[in-house]
Design a protein around this ligand. Structure first.
Ligand SMILES: C[S@@+](CC[C@H](N)C(=O)[O-])C[C@H]1O[C@@H](n2cnc3c(N)ncnc32)[C@H](O)[C@@H]1O
Length: 211
């Protein structure tokens, strides 16, 4: 490589770094999307309107373990930690190492654990962290673009890991996730949030007390 090519490459690296730091978490999210567009499924994190509406049905006083699938850059993590009881725990699971590294570097709360892995392994992950079940599971996964079989497997594992009375909270740009949920959850409440890029379907699947 000639010295002028080297100088050009250094400049381009510097510009990329500068743009990323100006964009903050949005820059990291966009980079995660560029690396794995199908797995991330969105170029921009959820809006605060989606966060507030989605979390509004959680009974925080009864929540000891909250699990989140696909936290990305942590749009939901801080609001969950703000509401979570002092002896509660938040475990987030993401397949993208860029996001997990970012979360570990930016969130220092003893109740928070970021796991690099798949939501399909939620039962092992919950057990490995000393719990028998989760009270709530939140999903930002792009169900409609996950590889064949993964969505149904995640919905089944989530139903098994939840305690009776607990809930599976799902937001997505399409209503497809509801089909996966409906195989296991008999009571599903629905909502919609326009103030999000793209507008989102919201679902709360409740695990029967008798289950
Ligand atoms: C649309 S983004 C959600 C971002 C974030 N929750 C928000 O509201 O802005 C989807 C996330 O799911 C993650 N993901 C995709 N497949 C997964 C899987 N099988 N298990 C865990 N995370 C997964 C992606 O890496 C990405 O972070």
């Amino acid at each position: 490589m000639t010295s002028s090519e080297l100088a050009r490459e250094n400049l381009s690296l510097k510009v990329k770094r500068r743009v990323k730091s100006m964009l903050g978490p949005w820059g990291i999210f966009f980079e995660g999307f560029l690396r794995h567009p199908v797995m991330v499924g969105s170029i921009i994190p959820s809006s605060r309107f989606t966060v507030i509406k989605m979390l509004s049905r959680v009974r925080w006083d009864e929540c000891r373990l909250f699990v989140e699938y696909g936290p990305g850059v942590g749009t939901f993590c801080r609001p969950v930690l703000d509401r979570l009881r002092r002896d509660g725990q938040l475990i987030v699971i993401d397949t993208n190492p860029l996001f997990i590294d970012y979360l570990r570097q930016t969130i220092s709360d003893s109740r928070f654990t970021a796991v690099l892995g798949s939501a399909a392994d939620v039962e092992d992950i919950v057990r490995a962290h000393g719990h028998d079940h989760a009270d709530y599971v939140l999903s930002g996964l792009p169900f409609s673009t996950l590889p064949d079989g993964v969505g149904p497997a995640i919905a089944a594992a989530t139903h098994r890991v939840l305690r009776p009375g607990g809930a599976f909270l799902v937001y997505q740009f399409t209503a497809r996730a509801r089909d996966f949920m409906a195989r296991h959850f008999t009571r599903i409440d629905s909502g919609f949030e326009w103030l999000n890029i793209m507008p989102s379907f919201l679902f709360w699947g409740w695990k029967d007390d008798a289950a």
